[in-house]
Design a protein around this ligand. Sequence first.
Ligand code: FAD
Length: 393
Amino acid sequence: MADLIDTDFYQIEELLSEEERLVRDVARRFVDEEFLPRVQQCFREGSFPMELVPRLAELGFLGVTVPTEYGGAGMSSVVYGLISQELERGDSGLRSFASVQSSLVMYPILTFGSEEQKKFWLPRLARAEAIGCFGLTEPDFGSNPGGMITRARRENGGYLLNGTKRWITNGSISDVAVVWAKLEEDGTDVIRGFLVEKERAGFTRQNIEGKFSFRASVTSELIFEDCWIPEDNLLPKSGGLKSPLMCLTQARYGISWGATGAAIACYECAVDYAQNRKMFSRPIGGYQLVQAKLVTMLTEITKAQLLAYRLGRLKDAGKMRPDQVSMAKMNNVSTALHTTRLARDILGGNGITDEYPIIRHLLNLETVNTYEGTEDIHRLTLGRYITGLSAFE
Ligand SMILES: Cc1cc2nc3c(=O)[nH]c(=O)nc-3n(C[C@H](O)[C@H](O)[C@H](O)COP(=O)(O)OP(=O)(O)OC[C@H]3O[C@@H](n4cnc5c(N)ncnc54)[C@H](O)[C@@H]3O)c2cc1C
């Protein structure tokens, strides 16, 4: 039996460039040596390891695809995917931190921001001198963000914001929030993006307590009560629900790689355990029912890797479509959740303790299945693509 547990069953390694492998290996080492030794304590305490944030910046993991002229790493989407996979092999909270900063904060500033906004914020965000968050979801508008209540009103040469955003990753540790709000323009409400610095009067944040998932990640509520921001804080090229959805497409792309990383961590743990845990007459890995579970896990991981890899190449070629991202996000998270549950089962009682990574990944993946479009919302997106008929409303 091979010493090393093979999680590259279809030899995707051969399809990667030397640079892609190199960056992936750097991310893998960082997770193994610097993150994994801390994660158990963080998950128990319900804290994010802020001391590692400068390292994430130093390694170029914040703004991976952002052009170097704005302080980013200027690398490909496949590299971003591989980094996401490795970070989430550590913990979904770690990958989320990098995803939010890169895809949900730097991307909208790069895409919808003015030259001044880009020059001011992007290098700071890449160097982790500023942390960002993305406020779209509201207490009463999750899967249907277009119904948002948060409003911006023109006042005193700027905007007055009112509303509440909920479930915001990094909310209370952020220096700047990308906030989506409705603004009346020519008699119609249009969703626009605004940058709100943490010091603004009328802007308060509070942590959401009692989470059993994403414990090593900060999740917050953002409250805007007559919060005034200057005209320059509007993202000038944002307009309509399409703008935040474009950001989500970027983040969902990273998630489809990341979830596979979590599934790989659990699969490796389950194979090792099955080879060593003896029950009745032999190691449990020698029983057909346990083997069947391991076969399902490896097959689903392999399919997920192929979807993510192909999606990455399409993205780098400028050909990726949002419905393709929906399929990869829906499939790869849902199968990661399924394989992680199988791994939990193989570990028996040990599968529920944090001595092993499985229960932590399993609890995290419950969130990953819900956020950035629930599994069913992506199913409806694909249903609409196939039939041309919307089943949302
Ligand atoms: C830990 C965490 C971090 C998050 N981080 C962020 C963040 O940084 N920024 C941000 O803006 N948001 C964030 N979110 C919010 C997340 O995107 C939402 O939770 C998600 O969009 C789902 O919204 P909801 O929770 O209101 O669920 P709901 O929309 O109420 O959905 C509940 C259920 O109803 C189903 N459902 C809804 N509509 C339909 C329909 N038409 N047909 C069939 N089924 C339907 C859903 O699939 C789901 O099963 C985060 C969430 C969590 C848990």
